[in-house]
Design a protein around this ligand. Structure first.
Ligand SMILES: [Zn+2]
Ligand SMILES: [Zn+2]
Length: 231
């Protein structure tokens, strides 16, 4: 440990990002909170809760949400909620990397990964990115890219419309809110390619849906979506 990190540990001893208990230097969660992380059930559709065969989206819901596969790592319980909050709003990027690695491990068990050409992080509007200082999806995407050795596609998808935060909106309001929010450039790059879209939390799926429709209109082959959590 160098002097700077020794001093920093003295004044700001490392704490569990969920319960604030003191922990080891490199850890993110204490053991108790780690045990409380709950994986999303792999045989239930995340949209309608129906039984599936080892997928998070059923055939019926694929008609409304044209995702070729869905991977969400954790249920949105307390440790995850607090971690994502610290990550997004208190700039603890190492939490995003930590969870991104975990998500990568889960994704690596799916067969689609061998034919995925590019990773695309869900973009933030530039005003929001400037305000936050970073795009959380890019941090997660980078961790996945490093672990799975799949390149990130940059400068293709941008968010042009500044949308209000979706948290309090109903499903149809969300869909309206994000309609035409995204813009695609250099669309030749995605033609016939299989893409993995990355975001922090899956809620109604409206944001992902609006992006996937745009990518499919422009001839992307397969689109898989993944998030750290399912709210
Ligand atoms: Zn804890
Ligand atoms: Zn379903």
């Amino acid at each position: 440990m160098n002097v700077a990190s020794a001093l920093s540990n003295l004044f700001f001893p490392p704490q569990c990002f969920s319960c604030n208990k003191r922990i080891e230097d490199s850890a993110i969660l204490c053991e108790k909170c780690s045990d409380e992380l709950v994986r999303v059930k792999e045989n239930l559709c995340v949209f309608c809760n129906k039984d599936t065969l080892g997928s998070l989206i059923c055939e019926e819901c694929k008609k409304e949400y044209p995702f070729d596969e869905v991977v969400c790592a954790y249920s949105f319980n307390l440790p995850i909620q607090r971690m994502i909050h610290h990550f997004k709003y208190n700039e603890f990027k190492k939490i995003g990397t930590f969870l991104g690695y975990k998500l990568a491990e889960i994704i690596s068990t799916y067969s689609f990964i061998s034919e995925t050409d590019y990773i695309i992080p869900v973009p933030l509007h530039k005003t929001k990115k400037r305000f936050r200082g970073f795009n959380q999806s890019e941090i997660i995407a980078k961790a996945i890219s490093v672990k799975l050795n799949i390149p990130i596609l940059k400068n293709v998808l941008t968010r042009e419309k500044f949308t209000q935060t979706q948290t309090r909106l109903k499903k149809h309001e969300r869909e309206k809110n994000v309609a035409n929010a995204f813009k695609l450039e250099n669309f030749g790059t995605i033609k016939n390619k299989s893409l993995l879209l990355v975001d922090d939390v899956l809620t109604t799926g409206s944001t992902m849906k609006s992006i996937v429709l745009l990518l499919k209109e422009n001839l992307a082959k397969h689109i898989y979506i993944c998030t750290l959590a399912r709210a």
